[in-house]
Design a protein around this ligand. Structure first.
Ligand code: NCD
Ligand code: ZN
Ligand code: ZN
Ligand code: ZN
Length: 356
């Protein structure tokens, strides 16, 4: 067997559904799935029910994190009228999340004045992470520049969007961006094949969109899963919610691309550890993962730790199986079993962890 060792990875975009959606996932199952995927820290999104938009709902989320198997940071959510209130809580959060398009959950801003209030109030040393597609994306790049506020652009998926990001970065816009494994490896053809199990926001693009993400990988800062579990019953229902799980499949998919010469291992570590920690301002947790790179295997729902129990990558042949994960000196995962107990996961934003 040939063994590859990498530092533990960081996923800056996950939805662990706790509290309010624990039939889909909770902090225990979601962080177990992370470890099984070689990910030692996750940043969890605020579109819970109720959403994480003030001190009380943040406390409820912090109580849920007591079940965590891996390390974590928490986003606060922007609403039309909570700009001053969330800004006061910034020390307890990895960033502010703003939804400028319709997606799963109740958080969406439509008024420019409300968006601008957040850009005025939110302290610039933590990023504002934004779900924006198309022209809305162009708008937030202008806001980032006007306010000199770091903005992290979530799940970039279209050729025109990545072209705009390249141009804006070349002119010094304070922006970073992430791409998801599903937008890197799937297209609208897969969406037809997968039906609701290939439905997410942003929707899957054309082959040209997918190819543009690869061709412009040098301006991409992070690969993030947007792990967004929904149950099979919900997906097969009359109004399937958008979102697909990704924590347990991202590393084998990206390692397969490394094997095919599409990116280097050094670049993988930049995209999935170094840049996430730098952009969100914490010291990456000390940890290492061990991967068997010999055998190809077929992705299957069998043995997944995510509560939703399915993957849009079922049947895909990949290279690279996570065998062991060590987190802060503890063997946290080994050959299918999560060994770090519930509660082993620590918050990333403690005094000790803050990057200089
Ligand atoms: C996400 C979810 O289910 O929470 N769904 C999705 O399709 N990506 C929300 C989001 O990230 O937009
Ligand atoms: Zn082997
Ligand atoms: Zn989104
Ligand atoms: Zn998301």
């Amino acid at each position: 067997m040939s063994t590859l060792r990498l530092p533990g990875l960081i996923d800056v975009h996950v939805h662990l559904r706790d509290p309010g959606g624990t039939h889909k996932e909770d902090f225990a199952t979601g962080t177990a799935a992370a470890l099984a995927g070689g990910i030692v820290a996750v940043l969890d999104m605020p579109n819970n029910s109720p959403p994480v938009i003030n001190a009380g709902s943040l406390r409820a989320k912090q109580a849920a994190t007591e079940k965590a198997h891996c390390d974590y940071g928490l986003y606060l959510g922007a609403t039309e009228n909570n700009a001053a209130a969330v800004a006061r809580l910034h020390d307890q959060a990895c960033g502010l999340k703003m939804y400028l398009g319709q997606t799963y959950g109740p958080l969406r801003l439509v008024e420019l004045s409300a968006v601008m209030a957040h850009f005025r109030e939110w302290p610039a040393r933590r990023p504002i992470a934004i779900h924006a597609e198309g022209l809305a994306l162009a708008g937030v790049i202008a806001l980032a520049q006007a306010h000199n506020q770091p903005v992290h652009l979530c799940h970039v998926s279209r050729a025109a969007e990545i072209a705009l990001i390249r141009a804006a970065k070349e002119r010094g816009a304070p922006i970073t961006c992430e791409v998801t494994p599903h937008h890197l490896f799937l297209t609208e053809t897969d969406a037809q094949r997968l039906g609701p199990f290939g439905y997410m926001k942003p929707t899957l693009g054309t082959a040209a969109d997918r190819d543009a993400l690869w061709a412009n990988l040098d301006v991409v800062d992070c690969v993030a899963t947007d792990h967004a579990p929904h149950t099979i019953a919900e997906k097969e229902g009359e109004h399937p919610p958008p979102g697909v799980p990704g924590l347990e499949t991202v590393l084998p998919l990206i390692l397969t691309a490394v094997h095919e010469g599409r990116l280097s291992l050094e670049r993988l570590v930049e995209l999935m550890r170094d840049n996430p920690a730098r952009i969100f301002g914490f010291a990456p947790p000390e940890g290492e993962i061990e991967i068997d790179t010999t055998a190809q295997h077929i992705i299957s729902r069998q043995g997944l730790h995510t509560r939703c129990g399915w993957t849009p990558f079922e049947g895909t042949s990949v290279r690279g199986r996570v065998r062991k994960v060590v987190l802060r000196g503890k063997l946290a995962y080994c050959d299918g079993e999560v060994l770090a107990p519930r509660g082993f996961g620590q918050p990333l934003y403690t005094q000790r962890n803050l990057a200089q």
